[in-house]
Design a protein around this ligand. Structure first.
Ligand SMILES: [Zn+2]
Length: 271
């Protein structure tokens, strides 16, 4: 890897930052991926839910700083135009915005690096971000989650770490499909946080179920519960009792594996 020249950029918040950037396209590094394919479901409640049960909490940086930013904005508008006090107030407001962007960026970088480095295939949904932003009730949460930036970073980081990025069609019903039997449940509302399958009785956290469906749509074998899954042509999962370390997770949610017929807690102690 060749590191090019150093350039100086201002962030508009009174700080100068030096940025070293790469002149050439970075070649893929050979990384031994610890795990196989993983499905990633982005949602408003959590930053991301993975098909192995691991969750990354949402940072909600803007929501937390919203009242402070509103206060600083009012402070700017009360000052005389062209005055030094106004300049100082603008600087404070810019710093608050910069802090929000930095917190959001940090969380997205950590997540995308983790995915590209550890998984040989990352499966995500082709989210219609501009369309979703038109929904005013969700717009702020979606913008706060940095969905567009997440995909942009994944695209180049998967190249860096020689991982495969699979983007599933936006009309794929990942949330409405039962990850166990393949039944598509109609009429699932956004407020339904648990997916319950009317056909086989399987139930699971909504985002986790969607992430498993995304993983199954990829080309790599997936493991979420100790059983290795891959959906066959009839829509049902093929079954295997092979266990892989990929099943480890830091989440403590419970899921019921109908393939193995037992309750499992998605933490490392089970595997
Ligand atoms: Zn089902």
């Amino acid at each position: 890897m060749y590191l090019g020249s150093v350039r100086f950029v201002t962030r508009g918040s009174g700080t100068w930052r030096s940025t070293t950037f790469d002149h050439t396209r970075r070649k893929p590094e050979h990384v031994e991926h610890s795990y196989g394919g993983v499905g990633v479901d982005l949602s408003v409640k959590t930053l991301a839910t993975l098909s192995n049960g691991k969750t990354f909490p949402a940072v909600k940086a803007y929501r937390k700083a919203k009242s402070k930013i509103a206060h600083l904005q009012r402070s700017v508008s009360r000052k005389f135009k062209g005055s030094n006090n106004r300049k100082k107030a603008i600087l404070k407001l810019q710093k608050a915005h910069y802090r929000v962007a930095s917190i959001r960026n940090d969380a997205t970088h950590k997540l995308t690096i983790y995915l590209a480095k550890n998984h040989s295939e990352v499966v995500i949904e082709d989210l219609n971000v501009s369309g979703m932003l038109k929904n005013h009730r969700l717009a702020q949460a979606i913008a706060d989650g940095g969905f567009y930036e997440f995909r942009r970073q994944l695209e180049y980081k998967c190249q860096w770490y020689d991982s495969k990025l699979t983007v599933v069609d936006r009309f794929f019903p990942s949330s409405k499909t039962c990850s166990h039997c393949g039944h598509v449940r109609k009429g699932l509302k956004l407020s339904d946080r648990t997916f319950v399958c009317p056909r086989c009785g399987f139930f699971l956290d909504r985002d986790w179920n969607a992430a498993i469906n995304l993983a199954l749509a990829g080309s790599s074998p997936v493991s979420a519960c100790g059983a290795s899954h891959k959906r066959n042509s009839a829509g049902r999962m093929r079954r295997s009792r092979k266990r892989t370390p990929d099943a480890g997770s830091t989440s403590s949610r419970v899921w019921i594996c109908l393939t193995l017929g037992k309750f499992l807690r998605a933490d490392k102690s089970q595997y």
